[in-house]
Ligand binder design. Sequence first.
Ligand code: GLC
Length: 524
Amino acid sequence: MSELAWWQRGVIYQIYPRSFQDSNGDGIGDLAGMTSRLSYLADLGVDAVWVSPIYPSPMADFGYDVADYCNIDPMFGSLAEFKQFVDRAHELRLKVLLDFVPNHSSDRHPWFVESRSSRDNPKRDWYLWRDPAPGGGPPNNWLSRMGGSAWEWDAHTGQYYYHAFLREQPDLNWRNPHVRRAMDDVLRFWLERGVDGFRVDVLWLLIKDAQFRDNPPNPAYQPGEPDHHRQLQTYTEDQPEVHDIVRSMRATLDEYGERVLIGEIYLPVAQLVRYYGVNGDGADMPFNFQLLNAPWNAGEIARMIRDYDSALPAHAWPNWVLGNHDNRRVASRVGAAQARVAAVLLLTLRGTPTLYYGDEIGMTDGVIPPGEVQDPAELRQPGIGQGRDPERTPMQWDASLPNAGFTTGRSWLPTATHTSVQAQDGDASSMLSLYRRLLTLRRNNAALVQGSIEHVAASGDVLTYERHCRNQRFFIALNMGRADAEVQSPAGTVLLSTVPGRDGQPLVEGANRLAGCEALIASI
Ligand code: GLC
């Protein structure tokens, strides 16, 4: 497997730092806490951790509003503690990926403070400033992804500035070469500190239409959807010039050896795969989010796997994501039993899997009492189900009350205590044990890592496919329904099944039974 890069062989684990492990009792997770849990991740069997933003921030969007790109927020620790985190991770052979947030800064970032100070400030053009429309009001109809107009009036200088998200998150002007250079320096700052790669926040939004044309209405808009769905994002996302920026980020990373560039991109597959660039000059992995809201049935998933595989450019390495800090947790989307099927799916598909913290113990969406909502997306557009607090609740480490070992203080979001790492640790039938077995099986078998994916098929509720690498052949069968089902399979031996006691049993050539919600991997 040596010809593959580490990020092709490996499995990525996303940590939402506020919620992973608190070390100082303030109820918010921190770097020292994360460092103390790295051995858990190494034992789990993942290869890299991606850490959501830990930079100084007023926390209007919990760190996705960066006030200093080259430091650590005191809430999370210090640069010295960051070094300890990276050193410990590397000792344990874990790679460290940071979240790079280049589309917008905080409105408290010194660049924006300067930019808004006067129209002729040298940093004025670092952000997107426009005059009011001829009759007054915002310069065009662009809408914020957090609700309302994307333009904020600045009375002091008599212009509007653009913010794709909160007004506290002004968008940077990526057409300005100084912005590009400054951001390049940010990448270098962290690369010099041993970071192994980046997940780039909202990569597909970086460049906007140079003429600031109005977005057309979206004929498919349904009431209750987020505000900005009223419009097609024709002039505010996926502009052709964005690929030039991706190329330049790629070139910077390449100076440092094998560092990975991952893009957060919510686009249909045909547009998504363009972010791979041409002959490896783009992102290594434009995140493939299709499973996040896929209709959970065998036919749909089979089609999705085939379409994705055939859309990938020749040099492109696939990837799959099952959960993140912006979407409902998989165990809540598909239920506890199917979350096991989803785990087998994620870890046997062709491509790099990304796990979201807590999914390995089957954490479900937390229940947030109305008065305790924290997420700005929910607070600005209440009741439309955009709230992201439920998938951000603290990691459940042990049986201690009230915070399951996450903090000794008052946790920033309510902690669920129905299960924990400790409760599942020695239990061979637990979700945690399933994840550990899957990760071990994957690591030890080339077919699961670099093998081709073949014969993707759906029959009723059952999804089947094979992974082939030289002489090694695996057959995977997933029952996405609750009832027992029949599966046509080649002859083989079950290596892993979600049904206890089935490991090691033979599969006969032809018809075999699958229990409801059973997923199995067999060597054939
Ligand atoms: C990305 C992040 C999300 C954040 C937004 C604005 O989508 O994943 O959490 O709110 O960007 O930075």
